[in-house]
Design a protein around this ligand. Structure first.
Ligand code: SF4
Ligand code: FES
Length: 226
């Protein structure tokens, strides 16, 4: 059974997008090792009638990419290939100091505390797989046959969950991994093909994706990520 641990928690608190933020320090006591990092953040604060920390989350099972926290200087914290919601307190030691910050990147402005504005990146995801003209009712799912190599390539691109950790980790705020994966994921498929190139250029140019063109190419009549 996991042991309970006590530790010092330093959390970035910021009242709003234009407010000056600062770290606040909390002493966390007897936290069970099987508590998830996101659960841990607020339970004690709420029981002490303090304002809970605002952070983003959705699935809490490592697939949506919303739980965007920097923990001890690492995006998503100490584990490899796991998002913040999949971090459990057993990874930390009694007496540790744990520092939690929002994604730090110009493309992710802070909304409040640890929650950031992901609009620029949502627009990139929205850019794939459709055409701008009305073409009537949508076809039934799977009505368009897709060649297996193309489906496989789109699936590879879809393994990017769009969390934005690569952007936050890059000192230049480059979004090249995110953008190349997300524009490819849908634009490789036939549904949006007539306008795929237009939407990809629009998404790349209109985003914080400074290195977009390094990782995404249009050749052999289709979009490819490198
Ligand atoms: S490529 Fe970037 S946005 Fe996509 S899953 Fe990896 S770290 Fe997250
Ligand atoms: S909340 Fe969805 S990946 Fe963490």
């Amino acid at each position: 059974m996991d042991k309970n641990i006590s530790f010092t928690l330093k959390v970035w608190r910021q009242a709003g997008p234009k407010a000056k933020g600062a770290f606040e320090t909390y002493q966390m006591k007897d936290i069970p090792g099987d508590t998830s990092f996101l659960e841990m953040l607020n339970e004690q604060l709420i029981s002490e009638r303090k304002e809970p920390v605002v952070f983003d989350h959705d699935c809490r099972e490592g697939i949506c990419g919303m739980c965007s926290l920097y923990i001890n200087g690492h995006p998503h914290g100490p584990a490899t290939g796991a998002t913040t919601c999949q971090i459990y307190m057993r990874r930390f030691n009694d007496g540790d100091t744990i520092t939690v910050e929002p994604w730090r990147s110009a493309g992710f402005p802070v909304i409040k505390d640890l929650m950031v504005d992901r609009t620029a990146y949502d627009k990139i995801m929205q850019a794939g797989g459709y055409v701008s003209v009305r073409t009537g009712a949508p076809q039934d799912a799977n009505a368009i046959l897709i060649a297996k190599p193309i489906a496989d390539e789109a699936m590879d691109a879809a393994s990017c969950i769009g969390c934005g950790a690569c952007v936050a980790a890059c000192k230049n705020g480059s979004a090249m991994l995110f953008v190349s994966a997300k524009v490819s994921q849908l634009n490789l498929l036939p549904q949006g093909k007539p306008e795929a190139l237009y939407f990809c250029i629009y998404a790349g140019a209109g985003s914080a994706a400074r290195c977009f063109y390094l990782y995404t190419v249009f050749q052999d009549d289709r979009i490819q990520f490198l």
